[in-house]
Write a protein that binds this ligand. Structure first.
Ligand code: DQA
Length: 147
């Protein structure tokens, strides 16, 4: 199985960015942990991070036929971009949405996700560990869908 892991804007700053909210784990450390979990599960991971929404849309389109599913933290675009959900729907890629923080316990503008209606599941509030939990859940859900 192949899974694309997408991170949206400002997530390249993890480690130094508002550590009281997002913790001190860097994106490189999160990806290294996911590599370990991927190896355990027999899953090949493709990592990318974007500060340009158009480039992320192109990357989702380019995943068509290349990966089986996606893990996505769309950062602030979660709350603004119907286009991202449309991109996943357009190329028929199942995805799990992940957030470090519990967006539903934060400011009102963060409590709506445009991605959520199209997601298999959402993991939010477990910090960096959420990525591992989301990957394990995603892989299990894909296996179940195929059995
Ligand atoms: C985030 C939550 C978003 O509201 C925020 O804009 C982010 C990170 C999270 O992982 O908690 O960039 O997606």
């Amino acid at each position: 199985m192949r899974v694309a892991v997408f991170n949206g804007p400002n997530l390249n700053l993890l480690g130094i960015r508002e550590p009281e909210i997002y913790g001190t784990t860097t994106l490189a450390e999160i990806e290294a942990r996911l590599e370990e979990v991927g190896a355990e599960l027999g899953v090949t991971l493709l990592f990318s991070q974007f500060n340009d929404e158009g480039r992320m849309l192109d990357a989702i389109h380019n995943c068509r036929g290349v990966v089986d599913a996606c893990l996505v933290n769309a950062g602030a675009w979660t709350h603004t971009s119907l286009a991202l959900r449309d991109a996943f729907a357009g190329v028929q890629l199942p995805y799990v949405e992940v957030h470090l923080s519990n967006i539903y316990a934060r400011e009102p503008e963060r409590r709506h996700s445009w991605l959520a209606p199209g997601a298999i599941a959402i993991v939010a509030g477990f910090g960096a560990d959420g990525y591992e939990l989301a990957l394990r859940g995603l892989v299990k859900a894909i296996h179940v869908r195929r059995s």
